[in-house]
Design a protein around this ligand. Sequence first.
Ligand code: GCO
Ligand code: MG
Length: 405
Amino acid sequence: MKDRIVSAEVLVCSPTRNFVTLKVVTADGVVGYGDATLNGRELSVASYLRDHVAPLLIGRDPSRIEDTWQYLYRGVYWRRGPVTMAAIGAVDVALWDIKGKTLGQPVYQLLGGAVRDRILSYTHATGWDTAELLDSINAKRAIGFQAVRAQSGVPGLDSVYGVHRGAQGYEPAGRGAYPVEETWDTDAYLNHVPGVLAAVRDHVGPELKILHDAHHRLTPQQAARLGKSVEDLDLYWLEDLTPAEDQNALRLVRQHTTTPLAIGEVFNTIWDCHHLISENLIDFIRVAIVHAGGISHVRKIFALAEVHQVRGGPHGPSDVSPITLGASVHLGMATPNFGIQEFMGYDPLVDEVFPHAWSFDDGYLTPGEQPGIGVEMNEELASLYPYEPAYLPVARRRDGSMTDW
Ligand code: GCO
Ligand code: MG
């Protein structure tokens, strides 16, 4: 007899930050978990899953992963977008988890098996000034990282994307009923950041991979200028230089610099990035398993990327749960053109709520050999930390007008 899905439950918790998790249970008692966290809009995905998707899953054959994906994607006239695709992504990952557990195999084996032994990862270094940033880089290197994203403060601005505020590490979302409003000045940033990146290269020598994220804030012309001005520094990538809606924006940048370009953390489907990939406008595609429809869809994006020599470099900040990180590492193990995995790391409480088989050692991540994704959920512990409203900041220019955060 074929197994059947008997329940699909949405669990929202906030162990230091909010996470939305889908728990799918089968008649044979197999439990699969999928991450559906969408930073600052968590409850909308929870409702989408609870009110519209969970009832459709009951009675379905959990082994039919692709068919369920197609059913949920094509079965909605209103396709794509972060809420829909995070919900589909959660179902997809939960079903891969179930398939792995049912067959007694880690998911990377089901994706074709390992093409590498371990996954290179990068983490965040942050400093209010250059000296502090260099200290932060030293600390990350000391724990084994060979690739580091460098973000620094900008003189005259009292909050900057990627730079911590207090003693804590950087965490973008702030708890509270309203988003924090930040002031942003692109000219000040552009005057300052090339010097910072030059100081970083000078400090670390040629080996360390240096990355930098502009968080979608530049025009194509500004982005091209930045890419050109740091060309000699041999960056691993410049990320999210221009707003992600415009697949043409990076064309100008590409024409003016050989600095590698990465984008994609806010993309939800292959339709958001197929021009960027097929026209070779980028070097790394950064879609997150959770926000781009799960393993099944991201696998297709990476396959398209392989044809065009674009590598995968998935999003992996603290706001995607350890389940997504695990799913990403499994996919990376089986994907020839996988480049690097972002690994911001989690608060110890988050690791306790989501005990995981994946691990970090000496700059690399490995998925572990546990059947399925290898990430479980301590639901009792999670229930002690209910949802708390939290938002990403918003940004205004010096003249008071809204700009991209
Ligand atoms: C990154 C990202 C994050 C995002 C965050 C928003 O490269 O890791 O830019 O820091 O800002 O995921 O929720
Ligand atoms: Mg980013």
